[in-house]
Design a protein around this ligand. Structure first.
Ligand SMILES: Cc1cc2nc3c(=O)[nH]c(=O)nc-3n(C[C@H](O)[C@H](O)[C@H](O)COP(=O)(O)OP(=O)(O)OC[C@H]3O[C@@H](n4cnc5c(N)ncnc54)[C@H](O)[C@@H]3O)c2cc1C
Length: 378
């Protein structure tokens, strides 16, 4: 089949890989220009994504993650209160993105092309690119992320819901940090839990993928409750005055939001984390949303990744979930008897996949609650 994918991030690339493996002709439309890619933060990469990359021929375990051994909890004065072994590999969005991209022929992704409309027709899908070009495909896969425009077109009454907290984030080159600070943070994920916030930092690969000491970066995330709608709106308004729905990218935070972040850091964080923040050139912020599409397929349009379901980040499962979506979708679309109704095969896949994600969604909310993050549910 001729399959179009909207979104060339983790879920879109993973789906392209698996769908090509079962013989389909795949094109990805990604609105961002190629040169603009590669500015994501750190991600924990669960075994499923590692396994997925290795199945597709990438030596992920050796190259993707910075090896660490410890999970360390600090008190607010910076003293160590608890230490245990850590087994999750920590990587970066860029490294996962690059690993997936390198396994696809370069002409599979059409960069700088936004899908502006989609129409389910009898036996095909019509896709409008940038309001000027129309292409037709047998299927369309929406991998356009947590704020999915395709989901909004399919389900205009559905809204994702703000979970009540923000992730303030940043990435610092190791070379900018003192040897003493690196020694304190090295070889571990280091965390601090407050009543309504959770700070964590861990080493991640350099932008070029280097994982050698001295060349790596340190990623930090500070989850902080923000129940005040007016404050949320101010922090999501960038330096040009543009109000974003869920995130403000590196380099675009307003002066007010940056000052607020630094004030909070001075007031709440131990010196070791304050120093990390001081050396961060371009902090950014993401509001945490819950989203579960009313269905994962409508006619010949299927949703995968965060477009289908956005789980809380504490499960560290976003990339692995995207890989699992891609595998399940390719299985559903392989060896189809031409007499079998493709829409029926998609609908069966969608119902099964949506049901499978229930426990993961619940786990994400439980973890958030255990950290005191977001609205407390009874
Ligand atoms: C604070 C935070 C921490 C996280 N930590 C982790 C972690 O540790 N481990 C983990 O596995 N996951 C983590 N995640 C989740 C993870 O980042 C995502 O689940 C994962 O990147 C999959 O995203 P995606 O590909 O579905 O969507 P996205 O990465 O959002 O990509 C959507 C793509 O679609 C493109 N697009 C959108 N609309 C259009 C259009 N109309 N036309 C063309 N292109 C379009 C966008 O430009 C983008 O490239 C975290 C998320 C957050 C918010």
């Amino acid at each position: 089949m001729k399959i179009a994918i909207v979104g060339g991030s983790i879920a879109g690339l993973a789906a392209a890989l698996t769908l090509r493996c079962v013989g389909h002709d795949v094109t990805i439309f990604e609105r961002t220009a190629a040169a603009m890619r590669g500015h994501g933060g750190g991600v924990a990469v669960l075994r499923q994504m590692m396994h997925f990359l290795e199945q597709h021929g990438h030596a992920a375990r050796k190259t993707l993650a910075v090896p660490i051994e410890w999970r360390r909890w600090l008190a607010s004065d910076g003293s160590l209160i608890e230490e245990g072994r850590e087994i999750v590999p920590f990587s970066s969005w860029d490294a996962v993105y690059r690993s997936l991209s390198e396994m696809l022929p370069s002409d599979v992704v059409r960069y700088g092309e936004a899908v502006t409309n989609v129409r389910n027709l009898q036996g095909s899908v019509e896709i409008e690119i940038d309001g000027r070009e129309t292409v037709t495909a047998d299927l369309l896969i929406a991998a356009d992320g947590a704020g999915s425009g395709i989901r909004a077109m399919l389900f205009p009454d559905y809204r994702s819901s703000y979970a009540g907290y923000l992730a303030w984030r940043g990435v610092v080159e190791e070379a900018r940090l003192s040897a003493h600070l690196v020694a304190e943070l090295d070889n571990s994920i280091t965390l601090l839990r407050e009543r309504d916030a959770l700070f964590m930092t861990f080493p991640i690969p350099a932008l070029d993928g280097a994982i050698k000491p001295g060349e790596r970066r340190f990623n930090w995330l500070w989850y902080r409750n923000e129940p005040d709608a007016a404050a949320l709106s101010r922090y999501l308004t960038d330096r040009e005055g543009h109000r974003h729905h869920a995130s403000v990218s590196p380099g675009e935070l307003s002066a007010e939001a940056t000052a607020y972040l630094h004030d909070c850091a001075r007031e709440k964080l131990p010196p070791v984390f304050q120093q990390l923040m001081t050396h961060t050139q371009a902090p950014f912020v993401q509001a945490i949303f819950d989203a579960l599409s009313p269905s994962f397929a409508v006619g010949r349009v299927a949703l995968v990744g965060d477009a289908a379901c956005t789980v809380r980040p504490h499960t560290a499962s976003g990339t692995s979930k995207a890989a699992a979506d891609a595998i399940a979708l390719a299985q559903a679309l392989s060896d189809l008897n031409p007499a079998v109704d493709i829409e029926a095969a998609l609908a069966t896949w969608a119902t099964a996949r949506r049901a499978e994600l229930g426990p993961l969604i619940a786990r994400g909310k439980q973890l958030a609650q255990s950290f005191g993050l977001g609205a407390i549910t009874q």
